[in-house]
Write a protein that binds this ligand. Structure first.
Ligand SMILES: [Zn+2]
Length: 247
C-alpha cells in the first residue's frame, strides 16, 4: 500500500482547538496512519507529496446544482441539451468539488434527477468525487422557478405524490421552490407560488420517510411563509433546521 505524507502544514482538525503549525500527516490507501509534529510523525517510507499549506477536515457544501452551469443561458439550456452533456457536467462538478476540499455536497435539484445517478456512481466507487446528497428533481408549481431542474406539481395531493416519486427514485433530501427566482424563466423572485397546503403536504410526506426538506425562498414574505409552513402541526416530526433553510 502506498504511503503518502504532507509535512510542515498547519493542521486545523475542527475539534475546537487552535490550528497547529509544524504538523505532518501520513496516510495510505485506506486510512490516516499518523498525525503529529514534523519531528514525531511517522513519515518513514512515505512519499512526501507537499510541504506547507493547511489541512482541514472535509468541507460540506449544502447547496449545489451539479447539472447547471452558472449562466442564465445555462439555466434554460440544460432543459434541451443532450442528456449526455448534462450528466458529464454533473460528474465533472462533483470531481471539482472534491478537488476543492469539499467531501460532501447536497445537490438541491437536478435535471431529470441526474444527481441521484451521480451520487450512486460516487458511492459505488466508479466516480472519484465528493459524496453527494441528492434531491433529485426539485418540486415546483406549474410555471414556477427551477422547472429545468425540477418537476412541476400542483395541489397538496400532486405535491405529495411528487415528493413520494423523488424518494422512490432515490432522493436523499427533498427540494421545494415555494417562491420564484431570478435566474431563468418562471415565477418572479418575490412571488410566493406554493400554497400552505402544498408546503405542508410536501414536508409531511418527506418526514414520514425520515427525509428532510430544503426550500428555495426569496424575500421576507417567502421566507416567513415557508418558515411557518415548516412549523405546521401537520408535520409528523419537529421541523429540522434543514426544513427551514433557504435554497
Ligand atoms: Zn438552489
Amino acid at each position: 500500500m502506498t504511503r503518502r505524507a504532507v509535512t510542515g502544514i498547519t493542521l486545523y482538525d475542527g475539534s475546537g482547538g487552535p490550528p497547529v503549525p509544524g504538523t505532518s500527516v501520513v496516510w495510505d490507501d485506506r486510512r490516516i496512519i499518523s498525525v503529529g509534529t514534523d519531528a514525531s510523525a511517522d513519515t518513514a517510507n512515505a512519499e512526501v507529496i507537499t510541504t506547507g499549506g493547511w489541512v482541514v477536515p472535509g468541507l460540506i457544501d449544502a447547496h449545489v446544482h451539479l447539472t447547471l452551469d452558472a449562466t442564465v443561458e445555462g439555466m434554460e439550456g440544460v432543459a434541451t441539451e443532450p442528456v449526455e452533456t448534462t450528466i458529464a457536467r454533473a460528474r465533472s462538478g462533483a470531481r471539482i468539488l472534491l478537488g476543492a476540499g469539499i467531501t460532501t455536497a447536497r445537490d438541491q435539484g437536478s435535471r431529470n434527477g441526474l444527481s441521484i445517478q451521480v451520487a450512486g456512481e460516487q458511492r459505488s466507487g466508479t466516480l472519484t468525487a465528493a459524496r453527494i446528497m441528492a434531491a433529485g428533481r426539485g418540486i415546483t408549481p406549474t410555471g414556477g422557478h427551477g422547472w429545468m431542474i425540477g418537476v412541476e406539481a400542483d395541489g397538496a395531493d400532486g405535491v405529495r405524490a411528487a415528493v413520494a416519486a423523488e424518494i422512490a427514485a432515490g432522493a436523499d433530501v427533498i427540494k421545494l421552490f415555494p417562491t420564484g427566482g431570478i435566474l431563468g424563466s418562471g415565477a418572479h423572485g418575490y412571488a410566493v407560488v406554493m400554497s400552505a397546503e402544498e408546503i405542508a403536504a410536501a414536508i409531511d410526506e418527506a418526514h414520514r420517510h425520515g427525509i428532510l426538506v430544503g426550500a428555495h425562498v426569496h424575500g421576507p414574505p417567502g421566507s416567513r411563509w415557508s418558515w411557518m409552513r415548516a412549523s405546521t402541526p401537520s408535520s409528523t416530526q419537529p421541523p429540522s433546521p434543514m426544513s427551514r433553510s433557504t435554497g
